[in-house]
Each structure stands twice: as C-alpha cells, then as structure tokens.
Design a protein around this ligand. Structure first.
Ligand code: DC
Length: 228
C-alpha cells in the first residue's frame, strides 16, 4: 500500500509533484484544494460571503461535490456541472481559503477525501493531509518556496491555461494573505506534520522536486521489500 501526503503553501508546487508521482507510480491523485475551491465557487455564485459561516452552512447539505477520473485527469463536478476550469481563478482561491476555515466545511470534505482514499493507493495534496486526512500516510512531504517565486509560478500557470492573470505583485500579496489565513485559522491550520519531510522548492525546478520525492518513495519501497 502506498499513501503519499503532500502539504504546503499555496503555489509551492504540490499539485505538479502529486500529479507526476501519481503517473509514475500508478496512484490515484486527489487535489483536495479543488474541493475547497468548489465550495468557494458555490458561495460566490450564490452571492454569499465565503467567510460567513451562517451564509455557507445552509448550502453545505445540498451541495454535491464530486471528483471523476477522465483519461488520467481529474474532473471536478459541482452539483453535476464540470467546474474544473472555473475553480482555477485567484478569486476562487481566496474564496476557498475563506470557506476552508469553517469547521463544518472541513468535516464534509475530509470525510469525502478519506472515503476516496479507503483501500486505494493514493497521493493527495492539500494543507492538512499529513496531519488530519491521512495521518498514517507512508510518505509525507511539506513543500514551500518564497512568496515571490510562488507568485511567479502561479502567474505562469494562469497564462498557460489561458486564464486571466493579475500582475505578479498582486498575486504575491494574495499568496501572503492566503499563507497567513491558512496557518492562523482555528480549525486544522496548515502546519507541517512531525514526520513530514520539509522541502524548500525556491531554487528547484519542478522536475527536481518530483525526482527527489520519487527517490524517497522508491527507497522506502525497496527497504520495505527487504524486510518482508
Ligand atoms: O491548494 P489550493 O490553492 O487549490 O487550495 C485552495 C485553498 O483551500 C487554500 O488556500 C486552503 C484550502 N485548503 C485547505 O484548507 N485544506 C486542504 N487540504 C486543501 C486546501
């Protein structure tokens, strides 16, 4: 059984690494941030303040959050509608961060994530995977990078996807706000699991990060085989 938890700051390269590990090792990949983004999008569409618990709670029961695999890619369905692209905006990222501070939202999404992980070889990325969702994950990584580098990467990503991109400085300010909010919320704040490996990706290419993680897993699995 291989379970990999990748946590860390916004834009640190978690999803790029997770996707590559899933492909290389034949794992199910779950982008948990996308699930919070879906709830954030729902709040925005309903004209609700995503940080207002009283406004978000009534939506929670009736909202259908589904993740479907399609040709090796994940599709994110909000009440049956494919919102895989719509959730990628910076505005949705901020809304996701706000709804993610609401305990009932986290409970619903964590339960869904654990259900997907049950009995499967998975790699998940998020903020609380190694600490809350998969505390027994065999491999845990905590990735970060300087806010300036992360803003630059986000900008590149948005441009490549043809999505509206704000100036890098604005993205950097948003990233710093999101870091602060994600690490200071009362419920399941972003923090490194004690047994997670800390990786600062500031001076690393995406491929270097992937190779490093792959090596760790391959070493772990080789060691495991010898002891069986
Ligand atoms: O990884 P991302 O940028 O798509 O995540 C969007 C927001 O969702 C992030 O700012 C905090 C929240 N989140 C969370 O609280 N827990 C997770 N496991 C994943 C994301």
């Amino acid at each position: 059984m291989i379970t990999i938890a990748i946590d860390g700051h916004a834009g640190a390269g978690k999803s790029t690494a997770a996707r590559a590990l899933a492909r290389a090792l034949g794992l199910v990949y779950l982008d948990t941030g996308a699930m919070y983004r879906m709830m954030g999008l729902k709040a925005l569409r309903q004209g609700a303040d995503p940080g207002d618990e009283a406004a978000v709670l009534p939506m929670l029961e009736s909202t259908r959050i589904e993740v479907a695999a399609e040709g090796g890619e994940q599709r994110f369905l909000l009440d049956g509608e494919d919102v895989s692209s719509a959730i990628r905006t910076a505005e949705c990222g901020m809304a996701a961060s706000a709804v993610s501070a609401i305990p009932a939202v986290r409970e619903k999404l964590v339960a869904l994530q654990q259900q997907i992980a049950r009995g499967a070889n998975v790699v998940m990325d998020g903020r609380d995977i190694g600490t809350v969702v998969l505390p027994n994950a065999k491999y845990k990584f905590f990735v970060t990078a300087s806010p300036a580098v992360r803003a630059q990467r986000r900008y590149q990503e948005l441009v490549e996807k043809g999505l509206p991109a704000k100036p890098v400085k604005e993205l950097e300010a948003e990233i710093e706000k999101r870091d602060y909010d994600d690490t200071h919320r009362a419920h399941s704040p972003l923090r490194q699991a004690e047994d997670a490996e800390y990786i600062d990706t500031t001076g690393m290419s995406a491929q270097e990060v992937i190779d490093h993680m792959l090596r760790r897993v391959q070493e772990g699995e080789a060691g495991h085989d010898q002891t069986v």
